[in-house]
Design a protein. Structure first.
Length: 413
C-alpha cells in the first residue's frame, strides 16, 4: 500500500517513520530542495511527544540537541529592574517532561531516522490530486504523475494539500490577536543559557542564544488593536510594521530594529493564526500537524501536537490495516480532544504572554516571583486557577499501537 506525505517538517517524518515501520510503502515530497536549514526557532516537546521520541529510539539525539536555555530575564518597559525566571520551574508547572530544541535540529533528527527506509522527493510539490476508486492520481510540479493509495498533507500552516482538497486557507484560519517576528542576529549579548528581554503593554522582545548556536535569535511578539494589512512576501512592509509597533521601547530594541534588522540573515513575520476545521480528512486524503490543526505558532504547543497527531494517524492506519474509511475517523476522534484543548490554551496564551495593560504587566512580574519562590505543585495550583487547561499535554494518554509490521510485505510494494 503506497502512501504519499507532503512535507518533511515535524509531522511528516514522524508519520513516515511509523508508517514505514508498519510495512507501508512511503514517499515524502518536500518543496525545499534539501532538508531545510532556515535558521528556525526554538520549539517545545512536552511529555506525550517525548514519550513518542522514546518509542522511536531518538531520546539521546533529542536530549543532545537541547537549546540549554535555563533562564528568562526581562525588565518591564520604563523600569530597569531585571526579573529572572527559571524556565525549568515554569515548564514543570505546565508539564512533567519538557525539552526545548531548535526546530531545524528536530527536523534533521527525524529525517535521519527515516532517510534510508523512505523515498524522498525534494524540490517538488503537488499540483493536483484526483481521487478515484483505485487511489489518488497525483501530479507534481516537476516529477512524473503517480498514483498513491492515500495522501497525507503534513505541509504546515499554509498547507498546499489542504488548499487543493478543502479550499482556501482563509476559510479555516482565525487571527487570535497577535503577531510574531523572529530574526537571526549575531550573539553580541553573549547569551548561552538564557533569554533576555523587555516587555511592555501589548509588546515584548526577547533575545536568546543556544548551547550549540553561533548566532542568536530575536523574537518579537505584539498585539495591535486590529488585524494588520500586508502581503506575506512583502518583507519591507513587515519590517516597517515591526519598527512602528516597537518604537520607543528601550533596552536593546533601537539596535535590534536598526542595524540588526537591516542585516538579519533570516527574518520571519506572521500573524498568530489558528486553524479551525471540524474534520481534517476527506476521502483518501487526510492532514497531520499544523496543516490540519495548528493552534497558533509559538503559543499552543503545536510541535507536540504535530508529533502526537502523526503517531496516532500512523497507528490507526496500522490498526485498520490501511483501511482509511476506518482509520481516518478513528484518528480524528483520538486526537480531537487534544486539538480542542490546544486551541483554547493558545487563545489564552496569546493574551497572557503579552500583557495588555499596566496591571497585567505587574501581574506577570508577580507571577515570575511566585513561580520562583514557591514549590512547583503550589505554583501549579495557583497558576492553574487563572489558566484553565494548563496541563493539556500531560492529560494525553497515548494509545499503544502495533510495534511491528501491520500490513503484509507484498501489500507494501
Ligand atoms: C516563529 C515560530 C515560532 C514557533 N515557536 C514554537 C514554540 O515555541 N513551541 C512550539 O511547540 N511550536 C512553535 N512553533 C510551531 C512549530 O514550528 C510548528 O507547530 C511545528 O513545526 C509543526 O510541524 P509541521 O510538521 O506540522 O509543520 P512544519 O514544521 O511547518 O513543516 C511543514 C513542511 O512542509 C513543507 N512544505 C510546505 N509547503 C509544501 C508544499 N507545497 N509541498 C511540499 N512540502 C511543503 C515545508 O517546507 C516544511 O518542511 C513556532 C512556529 C514559528 C513559525
Amino acid at each position: 500500500m503506497r502512501i504519499l506525505i507532503s512535507g518533511a517538517g515535524v509531522a511528516g517524518p514522524v508519520l513516515a517513520y511509523w508508517l514505514n515501520r508498519y510495512g507501508f510503502a512511503v514517499t515524502v515530497v518536500e518543496r525545499a530542495p534539501a532538508p531545510r536549514e532556515t535558521g528556525g526557532h526554538a520549539v517545545d516537546l512536552f511529555r506525550p511527544a517525548l514519550d513518542i521520541v522514546d518509542r522511536m529510539g531518538l531520546t539521546q539525539p533529542v536530549q543532545a540537541a537541547k537549546t540549554g536555555t535555563e533562564r528568562l530575564s526581562f525588565r518591564a518597559e520604563n523600569d530597569g529592574r531585571l526579573h529572572t525566571l527559571e524556565i525549568g520551574r515554569l515548564m514543570r508547572v505546565v508539564s512533567d517532561r519538557h525539552i526545548e530544541v531548535m526546530r531545524d535540529d528536530l527536523v534533521k533528527i527525524f529525517y535521519e531516522a527515516v532517510r534510508h527506509g523512505v523515498e524522498h522527493l525534494f524540490g517538488d510539490s503537488i499540483t493536483a490530486l484526483a481521487e478515484n476508486a483505485g487511489g489518488v492520481d497525483v501530479t507534481f510540479e516537476r516529477g512524473a504523475a503517480r498514483r498513491f493509495d492515500l495522501v497525507i498533507g503534513a505541509d504546515g500552516l499554509h498547507s498546499n494539500v489542504r488548499r487543493l482538497v478543502f479550499g482556501e486557507e482563509s476559510r479555516f484560519s482565525t487571527w487570535i490577536g497577535a503577531y510574531l517576528a523572529v530574526m537571526s542576529i549575531p550573539n553580541y549579548l553573549g547569551l548561552r543559557d538564557r533569554m533576555e528581554g523587555v516587555t511592555g503593554v501589548n509588546r515584548m522582545v526577547g533575545v536568546y542564544g543556544g548551547a550549540h548556536l553561533d548566532d542568536a535569535r530575536a523574537v518579537f511578539l505584539f498585539r495591535p488593536a486590529a488585524e494588520l494589512g500586508y502581503h506575506h512576501r512583502d518583507v519591507d512592509r513587515q519590517k516597517e510594521l515591526l519598527r512602528r509597533h516597537f518604537a520607543g521601547l528601550g533596552w536593546e530594541v533601537p539596535r535590534l530594529l536598526g542595524e540588526e534588522l537591516d542585516n538579519a540573515t533570516t527574518f520571519y513575520f506572521d500573524s498568530i493564526t489558528q486553524l479551525r476545521m471540524d474534520g481534517w480528512s476527506r476521502g483518501r486524503v487526510s492532514l497531520a500537524g499544523d496543516a490540519g490543526y495548528c493552534p497558533g505558532p509559538a503559543v499552543g504547543g503545536s510541535t507536540s501536537l504535530a508529533v502526537v497527531g502523526a503517531y496516532v494517524l500512523a497507528g490507526e492506519l496500522a490498526e485498520a490495516r490501511g483501511d482509511h474509511t476506518r482509520a481516518f475517523p478513528a484518528y480524528e476522534r483520538e486526537i480531537g480532544g487534544y486539538v480542542r484543548r490546544s486551541r483554547t490554551f493558545a487563545v489564552g496564551a496569546a493574551r497572557r504572554f503579552v500583557p495588555a495593560t499596566r496591571l497585567d504587566l505587574w501581574s506577570v512580574i508577580q507571577g515570575v516571583r511566585l513561580i520562583n519562590h514557591i514549590p512547583t505543585p503550589i505554583a501549579r495550583a495557583l497558576v492553574g486557577l487563572g489558566a484553565r487547561g494548563l496541563r493539556l499535554h500531560d492529560e494525553v494518554v497515548l494509545k499503544d499501537y502495533p510495534r511491528g509490521p501491520a500490513v503484509k510485505a507484498d501489500a507494501a510494494g
